[in-house]
Design a protein around this ligand. Structure first.
Ligand SMILES: NC(=O)C1=CN([C@@H]2O[C@H](COP(=O)(O)OP(=O)(O)OC[C@H]3O[C@@H](n4cnc5c(N)ncnc54)[C@H](OP(=O)(O)O)[C@@H]3O)[C@@H](O)[C@H]2O)[C@@H](O)CC1
Ligand SMILES: [K+]
Length: 553
């Protein structure tokens, strides 16, 4: 087992203790690549071309569904399972599950959306095999048959639509989904809950609410992006005989955000090392009435492992910051002080350049609590023109609402990586034309346009690189949505950049660590709790990385 594999187990082997991530409920076994429905169809095609028949894959998929169904039914004596089968191969998986559950002695009823004669290919084969096996009963899916079926069922299997959903549910179909949701019977979804678009998680016409979903080979973006994620329940990923080698042809650029994505770029401190080996990060803070955001970021950067952290701020704010900070250095941005005369804005660009002329300061964060306006734009220009790597957040982004191209131009001239961490509102101000797109496409296009790594924050944060790579995060607990949380995230990115991680990996690791720290701090957390909550998260990473190394020897 190499270091990456060892660390991949970290959050799914039940050994992660109090910080167990909600992502552990996602069955990302097999690999962290995410496949769109089109890519999944290609994986099926390549597998079938290599000599494994489609019906073999469907039988394996249906068996995984049947097994999951049984595991949901342990408490009932003679369970009654209602299987809703659609017109395509998703329905085919339903027929296989129906046959197996019937053969295992369960009461099974299938309701078909279309006549059996209209079934094609492997779905028709699976229906025939189900009938030959002594067939569980089947009839047409209508409001009346559904109402009766729901009144008798202990479990519903939703095999209506999966990867082939190509439009929102509407009319009678949407009403049937509403009936299932109102029925009070737990639902197991095959591949995806019907109504959820696997590519982007949209569910414009509503969807069936599942308690659990079983997907195949790899997770799909729709399992992770909202609103789709909220319909999936717990997600299992079953391996059905598709070889991972097909991914070499498909080359997916999208992954689940977990340690497999970034652990090989992260280096824990070595005994012979020096603090300067881990970089010197600088946070540019705002005026006296607005200092907290920068302090949260600075504390997070230090906890994330930066060797040294300096908080640079206007002289008026120096005393406030100095009173709150110990290990973090404070530095007055003296020259100019124009901001103070003009409504207490932050220091001018000159002193920023002066400070950053010390090349040991290798990563800078500007934006949180900094103030919005032309002075901020000057300061952002000074940062991007002077420092190796930078994080832009909050006011640094909002200040460019009416001139985003100027920002993108400056990013293009920056020596190293630039990471932007907008929430939805900040994103909309910088990229108004992208806001109507799905979150994944929006983040990807923004990264391409701006030349920065874009962290589009939210419960399903997307991290996108200008080269097309993207990751979806899934471990953020609900209580992470609290004042100052984003400032901490910016600080973690900064701390990892200071240690020399590449921008995309630093951003992804930071988002993941932020989520873990949120789970570690738990209900009732405030942003102040998060930097300290990084300690057990980092300790587990170090321990697991060490295990990986031992096993390599
Ligand atoms: N390929 C393989 O080897 C394997 C595939 N596997 C399984 O196959 C599934 C994908 O199968 P699939 O491609 O047949 O699509 P599927 O999800 O059944 O739906 C297509 C049908 O839905 C219809 N339809 C679409 N949207 C609709 C709407 N809003 N409202 C109403 N109707 C709508 C559409 O109808 P039409 O557009 O023609 O009107 C079409 O007839 C995948 O999820 C997995 O479970 C596994 O067995 C492993 C091996
Ligand atoms: K389904």
């Amino acid at each position: 087992m190499n270091k990456a594999e060892a660390m991949a187990d970290l959050w799914t082997d039940g050994a992660s203790g109090g910080g167990a991530s909600p992502a552990a409920k996602l069955g990302a076994n097999g690999g962290n690549e995410l496949l769109t429905p089109a890519q999944m169809a290609e994986a099926d095609r390549l597998t079938i071309a290599s000599g494994i028949s489609g019906i073999t894959l469907m039988n394996a998929a249906g068996e995984a569904v049947a097994n999951a169904a049984q595991s949901m039914l342990t408490a009932t004596d003679l369970p009654n399972v209602l299987i809703l089968c659609g017109p395509g191969y998703n329905g085919g998986d339903g027929f296989v599950a129906a046959r197996l559950l019937h053969q295992r002695g369960l009461e099974v009823k299938t309701l078909l959306l279309k006549k059996p004669g209209s079934l094609k290919g492997d779905a028709a084969l699976a229906f025939e095999e189900m009938r030959e096996a002594g067939a569980p009963t089947w009839q047409a899916l209508t409001p009346a048959s559904l109402k009766k079926g729901l009144s008798e069922a202990d479990l519903v299997i939703d095999a209506l639509f999966g990867a082939g959903l190509d439009r929102p549910l509407e009319g009678g179909m949407a009403k049937l989904a509403e009936m299932v949701n109102a029925g009070g019977v737990p639902v197991l979804a095959v591949d995806l809950p019907s109504g959820v678009n696997g590519a982007d998680g949209s569910a414009g016409g509503g969807a069936i609410q599942a308690a659990r979903s079983v997907t195949f080979f790899r997770l799909k973006p729709g399992h992770l992006l909202f609103p789709g994620r909220s319909y999936c329940g717990e997600v299992d990923c079953a391996q059905i005989g598709i070889r991972p080698a097909v991914l070499e042809e498909i080359v997916p650029e999208l992954t689940l955000n977990d340690d497999r994505l970034w652990c090989s770029h992260w280096q824990e401190p070595v005994v012979s090392g020096h603090k300067y080996d881990r970089g010197h990060a600088v946070v540019f803070g705002g005026p006296m009435h607005s200092t907290g955001a920068a302090r949260l970021a600075a504390e997070a950067a230090l906890r994330a492992g930066a060797g040294l952290v300096t908080l640079a701020c206007p002289p008026s704010a120096l005393m406030v910051n100095a009173c709150h900070l110990t290990a973090i250095m404070v530095h007055p941005l003296r020259k100019g002080e124009a901001g103070e005369a003009e409504g207490e804005e932050a220091g001018s660009a000159g002193p920023i350049r002066d400070l950053l002329s010390d090349k040991r300061l290798n990563a800078a964060l500007i934006g949180p609590g900094f103030g919005v306006g032309p002075q901020t734009r000057e300061c952002v220009m000074a940062v991007l023109g002077s420092v190796e790597t930078a994080v832009l957040d909050a006011d640094a982004l909002t200040s460019y609402s009416s001139s985003p191209e100027a920002l993108f131009f400056a990013i293009a001239g920056c020596r190293g990586s630039v990471v932007m961490t907008p929430h939805a509102g900040e994103f909309r101000r910088l990229f108004p034309d992208l806001f109507s797109l799905d979150k994944l496409s929006a983040a990807r296009q923004a990264a391409q346009r701006s030349g920065a790594v874009v962290v589009l924050k939210g419960a399903d944060t997307v991290i996108a690189a200008p080269d097309g790579r993207a990751a979806i995060n899934s471990n953020a607990p609900a209580w992470l949505a609290t004042a100052g949380s984003g400032d901490v995230l910016g600080g973690i990115v900064l701390g990892l950049l200071a240690q020399g991680m590449p921008g995309y990996e630093a951003a992804a690791m930071a988002v993941w660590m932020h989520g873990e720290a949120g789970s570690e701090a738990g209900p009732g957390l405030t942003a102040e709790d998060l930097p300290a909550s990084l300690r057990p998260v980092i300790r587990r990473l170090v321990e697991k990385a060490g295990q990986g190394r031992k096993e390599i020897r």
